[in-house]
Design a protein around this ligand. Structure first.
Ligand code: M6R
Length: 617
């Protein structure tokens, strides 16, 4: 969950590292640090690190001449072992200060390693698991091994998944990197006579668009003009650098106060780009180009299992409905972290569809490993070119939402829903269960979606006013039925993530089985009551809330006057067919969560305790 960076070149490293850390701050923001090799400073590596937001580190680095070097590493932390303090912040150094490392992941056997190292007289400066790695690498170097060899030997001793980047005062100009397991990406960016490392490529877009992605078990020896990749043992291996077509400006906040608001507004374009990459309009047809060989297996599958976490699981829930209703295949959805441990029954007739914005979520990757061992066919929905999920799956459907920096996912959710919809259409076509006319009509309707979403974003004051109405509440319920149920879950997740209001999403039919006990005038209920979301059933839920003194905010279809009589606040969404109605119902919930958080003075882009990409269990 932490963000790690490295730079080797001829420019001053510190400003580059700090800028990249700002781009990675969404991954963790409780402390940060940099380490720079400075030949002028006695050939030492200088470490500067500070608890708190990255701005504290910026201040500490300002004018610090000992940071005047052109090789360095940096880190922004999401604490796992040890409180977020200056001394627990990364980078960490080995016992003699000759090895300095930054790390993302968890050393599961750190207690045993720490005791072993202490037994050899090593004194620890922090409570972190990371420091054990620094001591191990330094011991190996002290015995005569190179930095890369020392990191490989230390890596072999670590249990769990890790990404590690290391520098040593004994090897000026060299950075060693390791990716062990699925604990988060490590990508090498190729510049002109300079090289970069980072947890994800978006942090490096201002500098390069050419990247080498490290896979599980790969080690990188990085110098300004050369990258050499190794596996755990043996000599150098061949890797391929890829050039990505991403816009660095898209990763900036621009005029918006928060990334979340910017990304809410980017949805029409994100949807347009995603749709254009998955279907063609003249004449209407499926393309699904990135599916590679996976497409040819669709005719033979007898079951689909969709997996994801958080928001991506909510889109997977909608994907299940699309696949059952359109492609007529049995489909189920599971939380990837549960799926991976419950010994699921899978075979080569099962299609496993993983959904992950980052493509680096550890639970999703581990669940995919389970599916791979069982021989299932795998398709992944991902927003990050080259991410690990795309390299494990047999085929990928990319969402083209551009970099998403807000911790609360918005544009990637709606883009995922569209991608899952086209996947269902593609499976239906391959199985011969959809007529050419039906397919063409659905594609034509889908292409209207971005404009409908744009119309919803034209006047944000509606959502701001609704947020004002509910901002002082401590608890909220979100209810929906049918395709409104995942949207209720998603609305509740958005609200709790950014505003810290305790919010629960339920299937509306569940209300009478327990949640109704919570209803009183202090606990408002948000109801998804759009035309195709089993509206009449949901209206009776609203009446039950009302009769117990509860306030209701209803998301309704345009022109629905009846619901206004029951709800205190109604927000209407454009009328459309059933398939894309959940996307339209989501937009107000995202915006209301955003404005509620702003009204409550929350730091929308850096919600407490969260990280954008969850790479530890
Ligand atoms: O990168 P992924 O889509 O795999 O991430 C999954 C979840 O961690 C993510 O959706 C999380 O729930 C977001 N913070 C939701 O806004």
């Amino acid at each position: 969950m932490c963000g790690i960076v490295g730079y080797a070149g001829s420019q001053p490293a510190t400003p580059i590292l700090l800028q990249a850390l700002h781009a990675l701050e969404y991954r963790g923001y409780d402390s940060a640090g940099v380490a720079i090799y400075n030949a002028e400073n006695g050939g030492a590596v200088t470490v500067v690190k500070r608890a708190g937001k990255l701005a504290n580190l910026d201040d500490a680095c300002e004018g610090n001449l000992t940071l005047d070097g052109s090789t360095g590493i940096g880190h922004t932390r999401w604490a796992t072992h040890g409180a977020p303090t200056d001394h627990n912040a990364h980078p960490h150094q080995g016992f003699g200060g000759r090895v300095t490392i930054v790390h993302n992941g968890i050393v599961e056997n750190y207690a045993a390693l720490r005791a072993e190292l202490q037994g050899r007289g090593r004194v620890f400066q922090s409570e972190t698991d990371t420091e054990t790695i620094a001591h191990l690498v330094e011991e190996n170097m002290a015995a005569g091994a190179s930095l890369l060899e020392s990191l490989r030997a230390a890596g072999a001793r670590l249990e769990g998944s890790q990404a590690i980047v290391a520098v040593s005062a004994d090897e000026p100009g060299v950075i060693a990197g390791a990716r062990i397991g699925n604990a988060g990406g490590l990508v090498v960016g190729h510049g002109d006579g300079e090289m970069y490392l980072a947890s994800d490529l978006a942090a490096l877009l201002p500098y390069t668009r050419t990247f080498t992605f490290l896979s599980d078990g790969q080690y990188a020896h990085v110098q300004a003009d050369k990258l050499t990749v190794y596996e755990m043992t043996g000599g150098p291996i061949e890797t391929e650098a890829v050039t990505v077509d991403l816009d660095p400006v898209a990763a900036l906040k621009g005029e918006h106060p928060f990334f979340m608001l910017k990304e809410i507004h980017e949805q029409p374009q994100a949807l347009r780009d995603t749709i254009a990459s998955l279907v063609s309009v003249e004449p209407p047809a499926m393309t699904l180009d990135d599916l590679r060989g996976a497409k040819s297996s669709f005719a033979n599958i007898n079951r689909v299992v969709l997996i994801g976490m958080g928001t991506s699981m909510h889109s997977a829930m909608l994907g299940r409905t699309f696949i059952e209703q359109i492609a007529k295949v049995t489909a189920e959805v599971d939380n990837a972290s549960e799926f991976r441990y419950r010994m699921p029954i899978l075979d080569e007739m099962t299609l496993v569809v993983s959904v992950s914005q980052s493509g680096e979520t550890v639970d999703v990757l581990e669940a995919m490993a389970v599916a791979k061992r069982a021989g299932a066919i795998q398709v992944t929905i991902c927003n990050t070119p080259g991410a690990q999920t795309t390299r494990v799956a047999d085929g990928t459907l990319y969402t083209r939402a551009g970099p998403e920096r807000g911790v609360a996912s918005t544009k990637c959710f709606t883009a995922q829903v569209v991608a899952l919809y086209t996947l269902a259409l593609g499976i239906a076509e391959a199985r011969g269960v959809i007529s050419a006319d039906d397919l063409a009509n659905r594609i034509t309707d889908l292409v209207r979606l971005p404009d409908l979403v744009a119309s919803q974003l034209a006047d944000m004051s509606i959502y701001e006013r609704a947020a004002e109405e509910f901002k002082d509440t401590a608890h909220m319920l979100f209810l929906g039925r049918g395709s409104g149920f995942p949207i209720a879950m998603e609305g509740a997740l958005k609200m709790k993530e950014v505003s810290y209001i305790h919010a629960e999403g339920y299937a509306a039919g569940e209300m009478k089985h327990g949640p109704i006990a919570l209803i009183d005038k202090t606990c408002p209920t948000v109801v998804i009551a759009t035309r195709h979301g089993m509206r009449s059933k949901v209206i009776s839920n609203m009446e039950q809330v009302e009769s117990r003194g509860g306030r209701v905010l209803a998301i309704v279809s345009e022109g629905d006057e009846e619901i206004a009589k029951v709800a205190q606040v109604t927000i209407s969404v454009p009328d459309c067919g059933p398939d894309m109605e959940p996307v339209l119902a989501t937009i107000p919930l995202q915006a209301i969560a955003y404005y509620t958080a702003v009204a409550r003075g929350c730091d929308v882009d850096h919600p407490r305790n969260l990280a954008k990409t969850v790479t530890v269990e």
